[in-house]
Design a protein around this ligand. Structure first.
Ligand code: DOR
Length: 463
C-alpha cells in the first residue's frame, strides 16, 4: 500500500481519549489509525513526536467580508489566518454583498470564495424577514450550515452592511423585523431542521439607553456599556427562547457575553428544549477592566462585560451550556478603529488567535485538551451536520488535523497576523500551547506558522 501522508509518533486526542498512534491518510481521508507502523511507503511524513494530533479545529463564526468590504478583509487572507491559527474549517457569515439570501447567491458565493480558500468552509444563510422568507427552503437545499438572523440590527439595502445603531426613519435600510416577523422566520427555519442562530441584542433598549448615555458627554467604557447592558442581551435571548419553544426551532445563541444570558440558556436547556449557545475568546479572556490598557480595538458587539460575567461564562463552559467557542472574526481597519469609543466600529480579528488562546487555557488548567477538542471540533461538527466527515478522528473521516505543541510558547503579535487588518485585543499576549501544523484533507497547509500550500479549501455541506 502506498499512503499519501503519514503522521507518526503523535498523541491523538479525541473528546473521549488520549493515546499514542500513527495516522495513515489516503485520498484525503483517514485510512488507518494504528499503534504500530504499517507496511508501505508514505509520500509525505509528518513526525509529531512530543506533539498532540487533534481533529481539525472548526471556527463557526467568521466574517471575511468577501464580497463587500474587502478593504477590511477577504477570504484569501481570512483563510490564511485560519490555517496559521490551526483552523481547518470555517463557517462564513452571510451578510456579504451579495448576501447569501437565496439559492442563486449561495452558488455565486461558493464560486467567489472557493479559489481563495486555504481551508475548508461552510456557508451560513441569512434571514432578511419578509424579503426572503419564501426563499429559505431553496436556500436550505443549497447546503447552508444554518440560518443567521441579526436580531435588532438593520441592514443597508445597497451593500448589506450591518447598521449598528438603527433609528426609525433611516432611508435605504432593511429595518429590523418586528417580533411577528421573527416568529414567522423561526417557523420557516424550523421546517428545515437547521439551526436558527441569533445575534441577541434588544435594539429598542440599546437605542434608548445609548441616547441617554451619550448626553452625559462621557465616552469611557462604563458609560458605553451602560448603553448596551447585559439586559439587552438577556431580553432577546428570552424572547428567542419563548419563540423557539412555540415553534420547535433549533435556536442557537451567538457570542454570549453575559451571566444573565448564560443563566437563561441553561434554564431552557434544563427544560429539555434544543437551545444551544456559543461564546468567544473575548468574553473568556477580557473584561471591562482591560479597556484602559487595550483601548477601542477590544470593542465588539455584544460588548465585553464584567468579571462576574466572565466567571459565569467559564462555568457555562464547564457545565456544557456552551457547545463551542468561536472567534466572531470581524476585522475593521486600524484607521476605522481609531477614535472615540462611541463611534469606532465593533469587531476585531479573531480566527488566528482562537486556538492559541484556548490552548493557553488548557496550559492554565481551565479546560483539558479533550474538552478543547469537543469545543473546537467535535461539537460544532455535530451541531451543524458535518460530523463525522469533520470533527472526528476515525477511519473514513476527512484527514483534517491540527497538530499542537503544548510546550511551545508564543507572543501574539499584531504584525504577525495573516489577516488584512491587524486589529486585535491580544497584541502582546503570551500563550503556551501553539498549533504547529494544519492539515486539510491530507494536505499540509501550515507548518511552523508558515502557509505552505496554495488555496485548496472546498465547500462543506451538511448531510
Ligand atoms: O462586533 C461585532 N462586529 N459583532 C457582530 O456581531 C458583527 C461584527 C461585524 O461584522 O463587524
Amino acid at each position: 500500500m502506498e499512503w499519501d501522508h503519514l503522521i507518526k509518533n503523535g498523541t491523538i486526542v479525541t473528546p473521549e481519549s488520549t493515546y499514542q498512534a500513527n495516522v495513515y491518510i489516503k485520498d484525503g481521508k483517514i485510512a488507518s489509525i494504528a499503534q504500530e507502523l504499517l507496511e508501505g511507503e508514505a509520500k509525505e511524513t509528518t513526525d509529531a513526536e512530543g506533539q498532540y494530533v487533534l481533529p481539525g479545529l472548526i471556527d463557526t463564526h467568521v466574517h471575511s467580508r468577501d464580497g463587500g468590504s474587502t478593504y477590511k478583509e477577504d477570504f484569501f487572507h481570512s483563510t490564511q489566518a485560519a490555517a496559521a491559527g490551526g483552523i481547518t474549517t470555517i463557517f462564513e457569515m452571510p451578510n456579504t454583498n451579495p448576501p447569501v439570501n437565496n439559492a442563486e447567491n449561495f452558488e455565486r458565493q461558493t464560486e467567489n470564495l472557493s479559489p481563495k480558500a486555504h481551508v475548508d468552509f461552510g456557508l451560513w444563510g441569512i434571514c432578511l424577514g419578509d424579503l426572503n422568507l419564501h426563499e429559505l427552503k431553496d436556500l436550505n437545499n443549497s447546503g447552508v450550515i444554518g440560518f443567521k438572523y441579526f436580531w435588532g440590527y438593520a441592514v443597508d439595502k445597497n451593500n448589506f452592511r450591518l447598521i449598528y445603531d438603527y433609528k426609525e426613519g433611516m432611508e435605504d435600510v432593511i429595518p429590523p423585523s418586528n417580533d411577528g416577523g421573527v416568529y414567522r422566520m423561526m417557523e420557516e427555519v424550523a421546517k428545515t431542521g437547521k439551526t436558527f442562530a441569533i445575534h441577541a441584542e434588544n435594539s429598542d433598549l440599546i437605542n434608548h439607553l445609548t441616547e441617554e448615555m451619550k448626553k452625559t458627554g462621557k465616552d469611557d467604557y462604563e458609560t458605553v456599556l451602560a448603553g448596551r447592558p447585559s439586559l439587552a442581551e438577556n431580553m432577546t435571548i428570552q424572547a428567542g427562547i419563548a419563540m423557539a419553544k412555540a415553534t420547535g426551532t433549533r435556536l442557537h445563541i451567538l457570542h454570549v457575553s453575559s451571566a444573565d444570558g448564560t443563566e437563561s440558556i441553561k434554564q431552557a436547556q434544563e427544560e429539555g428544549y434544543p437551545i444551544t449557545a456559543e461564546t468567544c475568546p473575548h468574553y473568556l479572556f477580557l473584561t471591562n477592566e482591560d479597556y484602559e490598557k487595550i483601548g477601542p480595538s477590544m470593542k465588539v458587539y455584544p460588548l465585553v462585560k464584567y468579571k462576574e460575567d466572565q466567571e459565569r461564562i467559564w462555568q457555562g463552559i464547564e457545565e456544557g451550556t456552551f457547545s463551542f467557542v468561536c472567534s466572531d472574526h470581524a476585522p475593521h481597519t486600524e484607521e476605522e478603529k481609531q477614535g472615540d469609543l462611541w463611534s469606532v466600529p465593533a469587531g476585531m480579528c479573531g480566527v488566528e488567535s482562537l486556538a492559541p488562546l484556548m490552548l493557553n487555557a488548557v496550559s492554565e488548567g481551565k479546560i483539558t485538551l479533550q474538552q478543547l477538542v469537543s469545543l473546537l471540533s467535535a461539537n460544532p461538527a455535530k451541531q451543524y451536520g458535518i460530523y463525522p466527515q469533520k470533527g472526528a478522528l476515525q477511519t473514513g473521516s476527512d484527514a483534517d488535523f491540527t497538530i499542537v505543541d503544548m510546550n511551545k510558547q508564543m507572543e501574539i503579535k499584531k504584525e504577525n497576523l495573516h489577516s488584512k487588518s491587524k486589529v486585535t485585543a491580544y497584541d502582546g499576549f503570551q500563550v503556551k500551547g501553539v498549533p504547529v501544523a494544519t492539515i486539510v484533507r491530507g494536505t499540509t497547509v501550515m507548518k511552523d506558522g508558515k502557509i505552505v500550500a496554495e488555496p485548496i479549501g472546498k465547500l462543506v455541506k451538511p448531510v
